[in-house]
Design a protein around this ligand. Sequence first.
Ligand SMILES: Cc1cc2nc3c(=O)[nH]c(=O)nc-3n(C[C@H](O)[C@H](O)[C@H](O)COP(=O)(O)OP(=O)(O)OC[C@H]3O[C@@H](n4cnc5c(N)ncnc54)[C@H](O)[C@@H]3O)c2cc1C
Ligand code: FES
Length: 274
Amino acid sequence: MFTIIKKRELNPSVILMEINAPFIAQKALAGQFIIFRVNEKGERVPLTIADYDRNAGTITIIFQIAGKSTALLATLNEGDYILDVAGPLGLPTHVDENAKRVCVVGGGVGCAIAYPQAKQLFNNGICTDVIAGFRNKDMVILENEFKSACNELILCTDDGSYGKKGFVTNALRELIENGRHYDEVIAIGPVPMMKFICDVTKEFNIKTIVSLNPIMIDGTGMCGGCRVTVGGQTKYACVDGPDFDGHLVDFNELMSRNSTYREAEHECRLRSGL
Ligand SMILES: Cc1cc2nc3c(=O)[nH]c(=O)nc-3n(C[C@H](O)[C@H](O)[C@H](O)COP(=O)(O)OP(=O)(O)OC[C@H]3O[C@@H](n4cnc5c(N)ncnc54)[C@H](O)[C@@H]3O)c2cc1C
Ligand code: FES
C-alpha cells in the first residue's frame, strides 16, 4: 500500500499528490509513468511521474479529475493509502545531447507531464523555453515550478485572462518567425494540440517529440490496448513510448481509439455519483 504524504489542489480540477513509493522513487526518470488502482475493484489508470525525491522515497503525481477513477483518487487525503502503484513504466525521455535550444510546449494538465521534461533539459544545461497554455487564469498550474526550470516561460490563456492571449501554437509560430532557433520541440497536451504543434514544426523542419496518452491497461506491452501507428508501424506506447516522433504519429487514429469508450466512461462516472 502506498501512503499519500501530501495533497494540494492546483486548480479546481487538478490535484497534486506526493506518495510514499521508495522503490519507484529510486528508479524513476523523467518521462516515465505509473499505473495505480485505488482499490481492489479499481481500474488501472496511468499517470506520469511529475517529480520524485530519491532521499525521501516519494513520487509526485499531478492529475486532472477526468472521470470515475481520478474522481475516486481525488477523494483520498493525506494519510490515506492507494492500493497499488506499479512503476516506473515506459521509456524515459531521450535527451538529445547535441541540442542547444529546446522548446517545451504544454497544454492544460499536459503541463504536469511537460514539467519534469523541462526540468531535466534545463538541469542538463540545455537552453529551455516553455510555452504553457491554459483555458483561463483559474486553470493555470505550476507557474513557479516552470519559472525555475526554464530560460523563458511564455504563459498563454485562450481567453487572455492571464499571460498572452491565444493558443500555444500561435506563440510557438511567433517565436520561430521572429528568428528563435530550436533544435527540438517537445509537445505534451490534448491530442489535437500536439497535432497542430506538429503541423507548425513540420513547416519549419524542427524535430518534434510528443508524449502520447492512448488507453492503457497492463502497461507492460501485453494487452495491445495502447497501440498507436508511428511511421506506418504499430507501436505500444507503454513500452515503446510514451514519447514518439510527432511528425510520424497517426493522430487521427489515436483520437478515434481514445473515444471508443466515451459513452461508457460517462455513464460510469454518473453511476458512481462522484
Ligand atoms: C502514459 C500516460 C500518462 C498520463 N499522465 C497523466 C497525468 O500525469 N495527469 C493526468 O491528469 N492524466 C494523465 N493521463 C491520462 C489519465 O490516464 C486519464 O485521465 C485517466 O485514465 C482517466 O480515468 P478516469 O476513470 O478518471 O476517467 P474516464 O472517464 O475513464 O476517462 C476519461 C478519459 O481519460 C482517458 N482514459 C480513460 N481510461 C484510460 C486508461 N486506462 N489509460 C489511458 N487513458 C485513459 C480517455 O481518453 C477517456 O476519454 C495519462 C495517460 C497516459 C496513457
Ligand atoms: S497498455 Fe497493454 S500493451 Fe500497452
